[in-house]
Design a protein around this ligand. Structure first.
Ligand SMILES: Nc1ncnc2c1ncn2[C@@H]1O[C@H](COP(=O)(O)OP(=O)(O)OP(=O)(O)O)[C@@H](O)[C@H]1O
Ligand SMILES: [Mg+2]
Length: 409
């Protein structure tokens, strides 16, 4: 990965005495696809607003290319934003929507850079001069961008005649045509149906690579985050929980919150009896984790797909099947082990009421330090797949309106 481009240093944000971002420290590399992932209200949009220049942090600093930019207004930052609702101009066609930003004379500072040296506050900023692009250059850039987003031939179409996915491409073209170094994307695919969303994920990744710019992407959809990102930042309650590659975050979650938020996880209390020897439910198992104190209480993650179902007589643990859901490729079954309910993914059908045995290989355990989240997650007593899906859809609709109103005001 290439060099550092943006850094948030000790950034906190407080609204009316409520801490919404709590001492964030993070850097974003040039040409990186980084995703901020976390539940509603954890501070994702607030983080983007700070990077975009729409909010000044209550404390801490924002750096761009090593220069402090806390006081640089949005239009002088080399950053553009794409919102969940695309906010296109309905009375303009596709071409004019994309060309819009290029036709406004751009303020750049004397000396060529369009970013402020920043350290000194508003009063001392150098004088900006306005630069206007020629018609020919505008035309060339718009056509180039329409090609990038696969909308060549759509120049004259009204935006209201486009599908949701096509409108989203116009919004992306419009945000990229100014050649920002960084594109901020706040749940940009939230309004699209599942299929289109998957296509657009691929498309966005391709555009990011083709343009060679940094994408900072916000979602609360963990699958989307894992599929698209070079780096995932998991947030909760205004705090970074973990930063890593999708593989790191999934395979080596740092605490019970991350393990629960990323994919499905059974999380049980354990005791580390020795290096590579963990005890759960009073039984000892070989594992691959080490570096804990002898007899240290730990949280143990076992992913649903890592559990092998065997005959009761051969099971290291035995449990009772209490629910079965057909998921197409596999069944999700809920199994009761001494009152603790696990989710297990299996291709074998096990009817409700069956007693089963399970086998666990050493690498099916992931051992974590105890944390503030211990005991809060990882029991499937109230599991319901349908409920999760309905909950997500309702939430996004409401969110879209709020963000747009905010930015337009
Ligand atoms: N201008 C504001 N005034 C007061 N509180 C605010 C303001 N902006 C955000 N908040 C609060 O800050 C918290 C974080 O909000 P933020 O919009 O960053 O969350 P988010 O992670 O983007 O959530 P979502 O996934 O719902 O969009 C929320 O509790 C929100 O109510
Ligand atoms: Mg948000």
């Amino acid at each position: 990965m290439s060099k550092e481009l943006i850094r948030l240093k000790d950034v906190s944000m407080t609204f009316d005495g409520d801490t919404v971002l709590d001492n964030m420290n993070i850097y974003f590399n040039d040409k990186e696809f980084l995703t901020l992932l976390g539940p509603s209200g954890c501070g994702k949009t607030t983080t983007l607003r700070i990077i975009g220049g729409f909010l000044v942090p209550t404390s801490g600093d924002v750096f761009f290319d090593g220069v402090r930019i806390n006081d640089v207004p949005p239009y002088l930052r080399q950053v553009n934003t794409v919102f969940q609702k695309y906010a296109l101009f309905p009375h303009l066609n596709v071409y004019d929507n994309v060309a819009f930003g290029l036709r406004i004379p751009k303020a750049i500072e004397e000396g060529g850079t369009d970013i402020d040296s920043g350290s000194s506050g508003k009063g001392k900023r150098k004088k900006a001069k306005k630069v206007k692009l020629s018609k020919k250059e505008i035309d060339q850039r718009v056509r180039e961008m329409l090609e990038v987003v696969s909308l060549k031939g759509f120049e004259k179409r009204t935006v209201s005649s486009l599908s949701g996915g096509q409108q989203q491409r116009v919004a992306i073209a419009r945000a990229l045509v100014n050649r920002p170094k960084v594109l901020l994307l706040d749940e940009p695919l939230g309004a699209l149906d599942m299929r289109l969303r998957k296509d657009m994920q691929q498309e966005l990744k391709r555009i990011q690579q083709q343009m060679g710019i940094t994408f900072i992407y916000v979602t609360h959809d963990q699958e989307e985050a894992l599929a698209m990102s070079d780096t995932v930042v998991v947030m909760n309650n205004g705090k970074i929980q973990q930063i890593g590659t999708p593989e790191d975050i999934y395979n080596e979650p740092k605490n019970a919150f991350v393990a629960d938020f990323i994919g499905e996880s059974n999380i049980v209390d354990g005791i580390m009896r020795a290096d590579r020897l963990v005890e759960i439910f009073g039984r000892q198992f070989q594992c691959v984790d080490s570096g804990f104190e002898k007899d240290e209480p730990v949280d143990v993650v076992i992913r649903p797909e890592d559990v092998d179902i065997v005959d009761v007589s051969q099971g290291a643990l035995t449990g009772l099947v209490t629910s079965v859901t057909f998921k197409g490729m596999h069944y999700d079954i809920i199994v009761d082990f001494k009152g603790f309910k696990w989710l297990i993914e299996t291709t074998d059908f096990c009817p409700v009421g069956a007693r089963i045995g399970i086998k666990l290989d050493p690498d099916s355990f992931h051992v974590m330090k105890k944390s503030e989240y211990s005991g809060m997650y990882g029991d499937y007593s109230s599991y319901s797949a349908e409920y999760d899906e309905i909950g997500d859809a309702e939430y996004q609709e409401e969110d879209a309106v709020d963000e747009e109103e905010y930015y337009e005001s």
